[in-house]
Design a protein around this ligand. Structure first.
Ligand code: NAP
Length: 305
């Protein structure tokens, strides 16, 4: 494949940054990749892994790049952009992969040079692992990539957004465009709230005095272990998500708490029909997720036990 971008720079070499480097190389979507990470130990490991040309400063990685990808936790986006900005060439495209969009747009724009194009994005792909060793080239295959382009930016901006979409498609993703505020509400429902619930259930089980921790671990296959996988996600990343998508998360959390109270009531008053109707509706949603190709149909997520 002909490269979509001659040279790309990745700022932040964790799960997502490393996966972009691997996928760009394997697909041929980028001619060359330069990488910077704030952590010297990560830079050393990335050099050993040979993911691309590692630089010791963000501006050096960004120099001459046609595309700069900010792949750091949401709370570090402002610092990453400010550090990369002095190296940006005129006409460079800057994107990010942050799980929250409005707060990242507000964080990045103040230090964005006037002659660069910022097109925010979010790959709906990931795992509970972090660090460059967790990255893999097929992470974005058949997954959605949401772009939230800024409005009314002119033809050159629109062309840059098209080119970025082409890059993500070359990495195997399906690209969708959305308004940043809409993105933050949708993701609060599909990702942020489920993670909050998982963190809470796992912490609660550890605290419950009536069961011991060893029993929780021993019988975890009865449902709990699926929550522990989600709750194993990076604490820095998730702290930043909740601090930066506060309004949307509080909105859906309010609705969730009300519905939970209704369930509590149905259990207390033995309202079997109400419980059945809700569980049946939830089961249909699972079928839709599988039909949309977003998960495996194999029982127990394809595990042996
Ligand atoms: P990660 O594995 O923890 O990697 C992030 C890397 O960025 C770390 O090595 C971190 O170093 C480094 N970093 C922090 N501040 C920096 C800075 N100012 N300049 C350069 N490097 C910096 O994180 P990730 O899972 O790849 O997530 C990266 C972004 O993708 C986040 O915004 C997240 O919301 C988003 N995202 C994640 C997933 C997922 O499933 N993980 C999915 C979609 C989107 P230190 O460890 O020293 O801070």
């Amino acid at each position: 494949m002909a490269a979509v971008f001659e040279r790309i720079a990745i700022i932040g070499a964790g799960l997502i940054g490393a996966s972009i480097a691997l996928a760009a190389r394997e697909s041929g979507a980028a001619g060359s990749v330069s990488i910077f990470d704030a952590d010297p130990d990560v830079r050393r490991r990335v050099r050993e892994m040979d993911l691309g040309g590692v630089r010791d400063a963000a501006a050096d990685a960004a120099r001459e790049a046609d595309l700069v990808v900010l792949a750091v936790p949401v709370g570090a986006m402002a610092a990453a952009m400010a550090a990369a900005a002095p190296g940006l060439k005129a006409g460079a495209i800057v994107t990010d992969v942050g799980s929250v969009k409005r707060a990242v747009i507000d964080a990045v724009r103040p230090s964005l040079p006037l002659d660069a194009f910022f097109i925010p994005g979010h790959p709906i792909a990931g795992t509970e692992r972090s660090g460059p060793e967790a990255g893999f080239a097929t992470l974005f295959q058949n997954r959605w990539h949401i772009l939230t382009p800024l409005s009314d930016q002119g033809d050159a901006y629109a062309a840059a957004a098209d080119r970025l979409a082409q890059f993500w498609r070359a990495l195997g993703a399906n690209v969708e465009r959305m308004d940043a505020e809409r993105h933050d509400v949708v993701l609060a429902v599909t990702s942020h709230l489920p993670h909050l619930i998982a963190f809470n259930i796992v912490a609660m089980a550890e605290d419950l005095e009536s069961v011991t921790e060893s029993e929780v671990v021993k019988y975890s296959a009865s449902g709990f272990r699926d929550f522990t996988r989600i709750a194993a996600s990076d604490p820095t990343m998730w702290r930043d998500v909740f601090l930066n998508n506060r309004d949307a998360v509080l909105e859906v959390l309010g609705r969730f708490s009300e519905d939970l109270a209704a369930l509590q009531r149905a259990i207390r008053w033995g309202e079997g029909e109400a419980l059945y109707a809700l569980f049946d509706r939830a089961r249909r949603m699972r079928r839709e997720v599988i039909e949309a190709g977003q998960d495996t149909d194999a029982p127990n997520f394809g595990r042996d036990s």
